[in-house]
Design a protein around this ligand. Structure first.
Ligand code: CMP
Length: 140
């Protein structure tokens, strides 16, 4: 089925000048950019986005890192977009990420891991709504 998923190019990858390279991988894999924007999240905005991880020991550092510099938030659309995006990203920890994945090629650590992607249809809908209104998303 055609799905939508939320991608975030994290501050480390933006700093590395890798926005175009990463969006290019999505497009080359058949995903379409339905919405995209650059933002510098406040610590509270980062904390709200990752509220599901609030009780985890890494939550504070995650919020600090995600508000440390600009990010690119993107709605990707296409057949099986959620799983396809996760395949393209590779494992959360770049040490475990398969060769040729975005995290293997651009990530430095489990915190500075280049990209975020929604992990389910339910999460994707919530995450897209966190950043975008209906009128900012363009299907083709
Ligand atoms: P992301 O997909 O953005 O979702 C939550 C983020 O927390 C994750 O990527 C990692 O960058 C970060 N993180 C830090 N430590 C861990 C951990 N032990 N397990 C999962 N995610 C972690």
């Amino acid at each position: 089925a055609v799905e939508r998923t939320l991608s975030i190019i994290k501050p480390d990858a933006v700093q590395k000048n890798a926005i175009g390279a990463i969006l290019g991988r999505f497009e080359q894999a058949g995903l379409r950019v339905a919405a995209t924007k650059m933002m510098h999240l406040s610590r509270d905005e980062a904390g709200g986005f990752y509220a599901v991880h609030k009780a985890r020991p890494f939550y504070g550092e995650l919020c600090d890192f995600m508000s440390s510099g600009p990010v690119v938030v993107t709605v990707l659309e296409g057949e099986g977009a959620i799983a396809k995006n996760r395949d393209l990203m590779g494992a959360t920890n770049p040490k475990d990420a398969a060769a040729g994945t975005i995290r293997a090629d651009f990530a430095d650590s489990i915190d500075a891991n280049a990209v975020h992607g929604s992990d389910s249809a339910e999460t994707a809908a919530w995450e897209i709504g966190y950043f975008f209104g209906q009128r900012e998303i363009f299907s083709r």
